[in-house]
Design a protein. Structure first.
Length: 312
């Protein structure tokens, strides 16, 4: 399928094979802090916003929430190519933007200023830019717009809503934390819990213990990440993955572990919080990104300065 007509190929970056790569699409407001510019856009309109972006096109935008995550996937690419220069199984990052190419110059310049390995900048004028995700083979979409994220999930693309916050850049090692139910796994147990309470959910889990859980919206992304991780030894891996779930280890952890084993998905560490706040453990892990479907967990993570993405 043809690319949206204003796709700018970044010639400074080695282009990846989209059939082999793990393609991540980020919106400009997810990767850069454009809150002031966005406010200007909402209050004064598109023309004023475009004028402002053109006047400041050589002034780099400050990093946004997903910035450190994109830097870390770049580090993984470096390590993959170090161990095999012909490696095709790489991260491929593209920026999806509702900017016009004229106002998008600042975005391209900012990415180049920080040395970000972004292979394409897609400037889409359509109201729903998510229609282009599938044609680019996108496996994960990060946006600061809730409608975008819901549209992407409806199209069967792993997606999450990024909230703007001050992010301390953690180590270069890519650390990704997943919640369990309704993120990695389906929300079947959550539904039982809502209808029958904790006792009903525990009973359901005991009955279903040997049956793997259904797939959640981020399973495909996690599986691809797991595949990359297997290319390294346990100690030498530039990728660390974590499961931090509200499930209790004693009563509801067994099925989660059996499901991961069934999928062949190795997770470095699993924390069964039994309903306790996730913030303190996340502060210790210091992930580049934390995916959760609970807004209270996202809030707790943000309070700890952890970059978070909500899976609605």
């Amino acid at each position: 399928m043809a690319e949206p007509e204003s796709t700018v190929i970044n010639t400074d970056v080695k282009q990846k094979d989209p059939n082999k790569a793990l393609v991540i699409a980020v919106t400009t407001r997810a990767i850069f802090n454009l809150e002031e510019e966005h406010k200007l856009y909402l209050e004064k309109g598109k023309e004023e916003y475009t004028r402002h972006q053109q006047a400041n096109q050589d002034k780099p935008l400050p990093p946004g929430t997903a910035f450190a995550f994109i830097q870390a996937v770049q580090y993984v690419n470096e390590k993959l190519l170090e161990s095999n220069p012909a490696e095709k199984d790489l991260f491929d990052v593209l920026v999806l933007s509702n900017n016009s190419p004229e106002s998008g110059v600042r975005i391209i310049n900012s990415a180049k200023h920080y040395g970000l390995e972004i292979s394409k900048f897609c400037f889409v004028s359509d109201e729903d830019s998510t229609q282009y995700l599938k044609s680019h083979g996108v496996k994960l979409f990060l946006s600061a717009d809730r409608t975008d994220v819901c549209n992407a999930l409806r199209r069967g693309v792993s997606a999450a809503l990024v909230f703007q916050q001050e992010v301390q850049a953690p180590s270069t090692l890519l650390r990704v934390v997943f919640d369990g139910d309704a993120v990695l796994f389906s929300d079947e147990t959550d539904q039982v819990f809502r209808e029958q309470g904790l006792e009903g959910a525990l009973q359901y889990e005991r009955v279903m213990e040997a049956v793997p859980m259904g797939e959640g919206p981020l399973k495909a992304f996690a599986m691809h990440l797991g595949k990359m991780r297997k290319k390294f030894s346990q100690e030498g891996s530039p990728i660390r993955t974590y499961l931090v779930t509200a499930r209790s280890g004693r009563d509801m952890g067994i099925r989660a572990i059996k499901t991961l084993r069934e999928w062949g998905l190795a997770i470095d560490e699993a924390f069964f919080m039994d309903g306790a706040p996730k913030g303190p453990i996340l502060a210790q892990i210091q992930p580049h990104i934390f995916f959760d479907d609970g807004l209270h967990n996202i809030q707790g993570a943000q309070n700890m300065g952890v970059p978070s993405a909500w899976v609605p």
